[in-house]
Design a protein. Structure first.
Length: 351
């Protein structure tokens, strides 16, 4: 019996699912990003440019001396200089010219003034204090001498090294190391999902030490722009890099995306502008002087200058400031991490 094979019914092909695109004119197609997405980066950029120009240009616009410390030998001369120059100087009476010079060499004062054997005034300055400070002191003493009808001889007893004729090496070193620490922290924040916190801490600490060694080698043995001893200078720059990195990480951890611009303003803008290298600390406005030595760049510039030219006479304070920034910022970051882990523990244990 012949049988014909009936064709088996084919399954209907199901259309492959495709993503539905919003039709023109629908709410999904016409939705716009929130205003904050446009406003926040624009505001941050404007604040950064205004702060940078305001600090760097504004602080050098009209620098005025405020309580510049001057050692003056002789009671009579001390009283006369104090009355004539007023609040522009802070007179430190000295027993004689030798004592005044020793105070200058210890970096206790910015200048030493005495009377020479021929009756002329003898002004001693430290070029290592920076061009702005020494120029201001010379102008003040010349103004007093003109009013008193006396002549002045000048001597630079702590001159700058040959390859740092304008005294800006310390500023550029501090700026470069601060920038390196800032960039290091930015990268560490981006590795939060790849590295444990302790590993990121080791990364920052180890790289900060490497930054300090590289910066010291270039500024000292290679370029001969900074005469500070190698080991103390490397230790200072390591602390500066760690302070900048941990402070940036702290702000990024607590403030989120806004933390990086805040770190830019605090460290790279305000910190470097008020460091006292381009404009001497005694010539800064009151508010700028108040924060100058408290921020890492200002503390580092002071330590570099003291180590290079004044045998580290006052380097302990700036080094303590740098260490405090690094340690306190690291502890606060670790505390925030522990709090986050503690807050997640109950949720993990609940069914």
């Amino acid at each position: 019996m012949d049988s014909t094979l009936e064709p088996t019914p084919q399954r209907e092909q199901q259309p492959t699912p495709t993503a539905r695109l919003p039709r023109p004119g629908t709410q999904a197609a016409t939705a716009r990003p929130p205003v904050r997405a446009w406003l926040q980066p624009a505001v941050i950029a404007l604040v950064v440019v205004a702060a940078f120009i305001g600090c760097y240009v504004g602080l050098q616009r009209d620098p005025r001396p405020h309580q510049v410390p001057i050692a003056v030998s002789g009671q009579a001369l001390s009283v006369e200089v104090g009355h004539a120059l007023g609040d522009s100087v802070e007179v430190h009476p000295a027993a004689d010219a030798a004592a005044a010079r020793q105070a200058l060499e210890r970096h206790d004062v910015s200048a030493a003034l005495s009377t020479a054997d021929d009756g002329r005034l003898h002004l001693q300055v430290a070029g290592a204090d920076g061009l702005s400070t020494t120029t201001a002191v010379k102008n003040l003493v010349n103004a007093y001498a003109a009013g008193a009808d006396r002549q002045v001889t000048m001597e630079d007893v702590v001159p700058l090294v040959r390859f740092d004729a304008r005294g800006l090496a310390g500023f550029y070193i501090a700026f470069g190391v601060t920038l390196a620490g800032f960039v290091l922290a930015q990268n560490a924040l981006g590795l939060a999902k790849l590295l444990h916190l302790r590993h990121r801490f080791w990364l920052i600490a180890g790289t900060s030490a490497a930054i300090g060694l590289v910066a010291t080698a270039i500024a000292g043995p290679v370029l001969h722009a900074v005469p500070a001893p190698f080991v103390p200078l490397a230790f200072t720059l390591t602390l500066l890099s760690a302070a900048a990195a941990f402070a940036t990480k702290l702000l990024g951890t607590y403030l989120g995306p806004v933390g990086i611009p805040v770190a830019t303003l605090l460290l790279l803008t305000v910190g470097n502008a008020t460091s006292g290298a381009t404009t001497g600390a005694d010539l800064l406005p009151t508010a700028a002087r108040a924060v100058s030595a408290l921020l890492p760049p200002g503390a580092a510039v002071r330590a570099i200058t003291d180590l290079s030219y004044f045998h580290g006479a006052h380097a302990a304070g700036p080094l303590a400031t740098l260490a405090a920034w690094a340690v306190i910022a690291a502890l606060l970051v670790a505390h925030r991490s522990r709090r986050r882990r503690g807050g997640k523990a109950p949720a993990l244990s609940s069914p």
